[in-house]
Design a protein around this ligand. Structure first.
Ligand SMILES: CC(C)(COP(=O)(O)OP(=O)(O)OC[C@H]1O[C@@H](n2cnc3c(N)ncnc32)[C@H](O)[C@@H]1OP(=O)(O)O)[C@@H](O)C(=O)NCCC(=O)NCCS
Length: 171
């Protein structure tokens, strides 16, 4: 639980080419469309499409009042176009999981995920966490490369066989 996350949801984040705005109900159709694309979900922990009903249920019962997580829509500044989503989830005050998805295929391969992960790290590193981690499917080479470019190192494997990549923070 981290009250800083609730504040950052409201304030949003910014990087040279991108804005990051806290998700709201109006983002449901884009999130469901991206999240239901096999190119996107194939390397997720729960691979498969999601329904708008399931998303709205998650938003109201698991996300909205949950101070342990913050999710952002990624917007390209040039076009104001939403291109994906990213966020942070923490079960304790020490370690936080980060995640990112560039949902629009035309926006991939342009360094946006790397810019996003770097922004999440710099924005959340003042909130008192000891480390950030990513859980990445072993075949998701593009995401593994993004993690490496942002300074994360392979630190282990999860029970599901995902790679855990960790970035320790100086306290
Ligand atoms: C993985 C994903 C986030 C990458 O987004 P992106 O904006 O294209 O990433 P970037 O452009 O910042 O960097 C991608 C890097 O991976 C490399 N790459 C791309 N495809 C690759 C592949 N199949 N094998 C190895 N490297 C690959 C790129 O060349 C680039 O590295 P470089 O800068 O050294 O050339 C995006 O494809 C996506 O959202 N996929 C679906 C959801 C997902 O997998 N999310 C991550 C869950 S952990």
């Amino acid at each position: 639980m981290n009250s800083g996350l609730i504040l950052l949801r409201r304030l949003g984040l910014e990087s040279p080419r991108l804005w990051y705005r806290g998700i709201n109900l109006g983002d449901a159709s884009n999130i469901v469309r991206w999240r239901s694309d096999p190119q996107v979900y194939r390397y997720y922990r729960s691979p498969g499409p999601i329904s708008i009903h399931r998303h709205l249920e998650w938003f109201s019962s698991e996300y909205c009042g949950n101070p342990s997580r913050a999710e952002f829509i990624i917007l390209e500044k040039n076009s104001h176009r939403p291109i994906g989503f990213a966020g942070i989830y923490t079960e304790d005050s020490k370690d936080a999981e980060l995640g990112y998805t560039i949902g629009e295929c035309s926006a991939r391969g342009r360094g946006f995920a790397t810019e996003t992960l770097g922004t999440l790290v710099s924005s959340f590193s003042t909130l008192g966490f000891s480390s950030f981690f990513l859980e990445i499917h072993p075949k998701n080479n593009a995401s593994i490369r993004v993690a490496q470019k942002c300074g994360f190192s392979l630190s282990g494997h999860t029970a599901l066989g995902f790679q855990r990549h960790t970035l320790g923070l100086l306290q």
